[in-house]
Design a protein around this ligand. Sequence first.
Ligand code: NGO
Length: 523
Amino acid sequence: MVNKKQNPASAFAVLLLIVLMQFACTPKVPSDLTKESIIPKPVSVTATGDYFSIDEKTAIFVQGESPELKNIGQFLADRLNPATGLAIEVKAATAEASTGIYLTLNGTEIKPGDESYEIVISKKLLKLSANSPAGLFMGVQTIRQLLPAGIELASKQEGLWQIATGTITDAPEYSYRGSMLDVARHFFGVADVKRYIDLISYYKMNTLHLHLSDDQGWRIEIKSWPNLTTHGGSTQVGGKAGGFYTQEQYSDIVKYASDRYVTIIPEIDMPGHTNAALASYAELNCDGKARELYTGTEVGFSTLCTKKDVTYKFIDDVVRELAALTPGPYIHIGGDESHATKKEDYIPFIEKVQDIVIANGKLVLGWDEISLSKLKANSVAQYWASAENAKRAVAQGAKILISPAAKTYLDMQYDSTTKLGLHWAAYIEIDSSYIWDPATLVPGIGKENIVGVEAPLWSETVTNMEEIEYMVFPRLPGIAEIAWTPASSRNWDEYKVRLGTHGARFTAMGIDYYPSKQINWAK
Ligand code: NGO
């Protein structure tokens, strides 16, 4: 037997190699919470340099027996279980939890509209607290973004599920943060709308405005005027079959949204953009003759007959049925581009419709043209094109929803090579859609006049979910951040790095996004 003499130098090299290999094989441990790429950017993040692990011992504890809190806990468990392969359970906690994930309300008084939250992460406990269930939900969306992108995949992934320790304190700048989906030009079914709700709420948007009627289609069942959908909903741009939501389907969308703390705002556009209604009921036309269905993309040729009593009976029926389906405060009455309505008819029409909406227990939201009429102080004008209109609304004491076409219209092309979309307002690349501040956009309209920010997606050119996603991502996360994060904490050079890391999240979520060259995308 040969007694091999150990060479101390080679023994040291082997040892070093073992140590290095271990280091290389250990997945990267997150240890600095301030380096996480959270969108929208939270108000404050501090780090304590350690990490919290989700593993087979982890449970989600929710304070007390509240079914609403349990649902939020279950929402989180359902997001964590597929990729981790764990079976994390949601348990009612009678006392403050000391390990695992703990969801709790502060104090005894719930403040319903308060979306602020705090997450305190230590080695053994991740504690999420808020003043309302909505705040807890916002915090849950942050927790998802603190884990590796693979957490969004539907099947079990190998890996360690760790979150850096520290504290996140957060609250939104604006209370209305939303997007609009035009389901009238092209119809999108319930499953697509639900996915859209999931995608916008991931970025803490809390409002989805549905553009339910236009020249090309009427998309919501109105039981007292059934032809609106059977005839008026039968087609869409391009001439293919359209579609509509039954009231039961619509309520299902409203409930799905509300479980994600998203309010649905229904829009019935009038007096213009009404060809589908005018084709469905002859009596809504001044000449008493029904119009042909329309499948083109021109605007500004149709108008309800503002002088007939039946028009207001029609509107009252529609608003009453819609209000009954709508837990949110607003009914959107459109009011844009009524080029076929005389101004002297338009002005009293909008005032009458405003009264009808209020009599049905709701508040008015309308495109900025409605400021030509006398607005109630609790009505809201949606600024899309005319600063003059928006200023006139503010002068009347009304509030503004900020949706400038040249910044927030998600149907605008990224550049001249984009295959979908329009460019009448601008080409909007990612930097342009991010670098602006709602509170300084229009001189004379400040934060105190603004309810929030909305990014509309019009669908003249957009026909399916992949196309929706391509136009909406990656601009929507930036608009969501503009609405959530104060302008003083936002900076394009820093944001574009954070957005780049979300490329891996988009991929994991199956989002078909526009891979802008302005961003260095994580795969
Ligand atoms: C305009 C018009 C819509 C178009 C959209 C296309 C408003 C408020 N009215 O915005 O009918 O679909 O542009 O970008």
